[in-house]
Design a protein around this ligand. Structure first.
Ligand SMILES: [Mg+2]
Length: 249
């Protein structure tokens, strides 16, 4: 990606590209180019979802369990998407029920569909693996801007990831970590995003938010955030680079 050209196009100044090239050739470090490109971007904070963005997607693990258990494809996502604000998953992510309560309710929701599944196995699917390129992007963003981790979870990360220090070291890169299990609200409730912005001291319009679920991006977009839906991590990083105006590799 041609960052000087991008900056020039953003301001309509062809001469600027020459100036940037000159500055770069004379002074060398790309950080000066980055600094200028950042002035072009109005973004002050980058907000990341965790599962399916920084970590691999739990949906892949759900799919493996569905095959193993002989369940129809997308069974677990389908249960989660039914009555999404009041179902077992929603109650659990707000910590309104404990593990045992969740399992009873979730298995009952499956039974209503004529299905038998093991809710403990569903919970075991939540532990994704770090995506190295996305971790690099988080680190680079943290060097330049304010960063937030916005995650719906059922167990606070400090407990859930206590056996994975490499994951906790990534969590520590963020200026602000907002966890549904600790704050009593969850995505896509607007209060969750408002809390993140308040803690970061930024206006929503100065934020870009990455999540793998469209339903979680919708309220963020309504509040004025720039949003990126994460499917392929490489494509999402490229999109984020274009929004920020500096490279993340
Ligand atoms: Mg996610």
């Amino acid at each position: 990606m041609n960052w000087a050209l991008m900056a020039a196009e953003a301001t309509g100044g062809v001469g600027l590209a020459c100036w940037l090239s000159h500055r770069r050739s004379v002074r060398g470090p790309i950080s000066e180019l980055d600094a200028y490109a950042r002035q072009v971007s109005m973004i002050e904070a980058v907000l990341f979802d965790f599962g399916g963005v920084v970590l691999t997607s739990p949906f892949d693990a759900f799919a493996r369990y569905e095959v193993e258990a002989g369940l129809p494809p997308h069974t677990i996502r389908g249960i989660n998407a039914t009555n999404p604000d009041t179902n077992a998953w929603a109650l659990f992510e707000r910590r309104e029920v404990d593990v045992e309560g969740f399992c009873l309710l979730f298995e009952a929701e499956a039974a209503e569909l004529g299905l038998v599944l093991d809710a403990q196995r569903v919970l075991a699917s939540l532990h994704g693996e770090l995506r190295p390129a996305m971790v690099d992007a988080v680190r680079r963003c943290s060097d330049e801007l304010r960063t937030g981790l916005l995650t719906n979870n059922v167990t606070p990360l400090a407990d859930q990831e206590s056996a994975r220090p490499e994951v906790l070291s990534v969590v520590a890169l963020f200026d602000v970590v907002v966890e549904s299990s600790l704050v009593g609200c969850r995505k896509p409730e607007p209060e969750f995003y408002e809390l993140a912005c308040t803690l970061l001291g930024v206006e929503p319009s100065r934020c870009v938010f990455l999540d793998d679920l469209g339903i979680n991006l919708k309220p963020a977009r309504s509040m004025g955030m720039t949003t990126i839906k994460v499917g392929d991590p490489a494509a999402a990083i490229e999109e984020l680079e274009a929004v920020l105006g500096f490279p993340l590799g």
